[in-house]
Design a binder for this molecule. Sequence first.
Ligand SMILES: [Zn+2]
Length: 362
Amino acid sequence: MPELAAFSDSYAEARRKFVEAARRAGAKLTSYQHPDQRGPAGEALYLDVSVLGPGDASRVFVVGSGTHGIEGYSGSAAQRAWLRGRPRLPKDTAVIFFHAHNPWGFAHKTRVTEENVDLNRNFIDFGKPPPANPGYEALHPAIAMREWNEDSIAAAFAQLDAYREKAGEKAFSDAFNGGQYTRQDGVFFGGARPQWSNGAFRAAVETHLQNARKVAFLDLHTGIGPWCEHIYICFHAEGAPARERARAWWGERAVNLQGVTHKKLATYNGTIIDAFAEMLPRAEAVTSIVVEFGTLPRRDMQRAGLAQRWMRFEGPRDPVLAAKMRREYEAAFYPAAPEWRRAVLEQSQDFIDRGVAGISSS
Ligand SMILES: [Zn+2]
């Protein structure tokens, strides 16, 4: 299965493959190095930006990977495979790939940054009081479990389920994963300050997108949706022109939440796609979309989130348990199954092509 060589086992390997594919495709590469963090093997960490096509193109399609660190392994493989397909672009169109928005999490195989921050909740205005999330405060004691075993996990889920039944699905999602700014040892922590990855992303957008008039941004994730399928999450309001463009380019499923495995999605604070649009006030049209490759059922993903927090803050003092938890966590966000990885490649080449065709004809 030579096509599965697009996938990597480490951040350094993924970066090497991405950089090589970008150079071979004739893309121009700009790298933003993290000043004081390294990967687990001591490797340097970067946000890498490849620009294929004219640097002053008025139509630009951007594909980002690794907003949630470990989720970047599949996004990186999709980006590399597309570049290796020797793409030819329409006139006045550029394709920009942002590789590893959160390289620390990518390298350390976790969703979060070096400060346990969910980068996709970090793009708030830190000059103002952060959004309150009283629901999370109610859930935190259950989430912050001291021991990790099947009994303690069941007890935590019993408390989460009780809250869900009382408050409803939407309020539960808002509380659990909408983002919170009070517990740095919690889950979906949006941070007490902008992360390095936040600043690097803003610098890259300012450098590469200021001439663009028509822009689209597709951010690649994993963990929501059915196994071996991708789903779309569109945050543009009903009736907005951007929502209609997403529908025209990717079909009805781009806007109808087909396949989304959350009963109700949270209202998210501080997302990267909101920040992206706000940074481009002179663009005539900005279309943004999140694409998720489905992995495991939602409960398993919630368990993975609790495991990540526990591994970081509570233990593990038992190396056998630590290794088992790490394997489970990685399988939740970056499955090794060949059929899953083939599905990522097949589906991503199609939806990236659709985005390029869409931006060039809009
Ligand atoms: Zn994600």
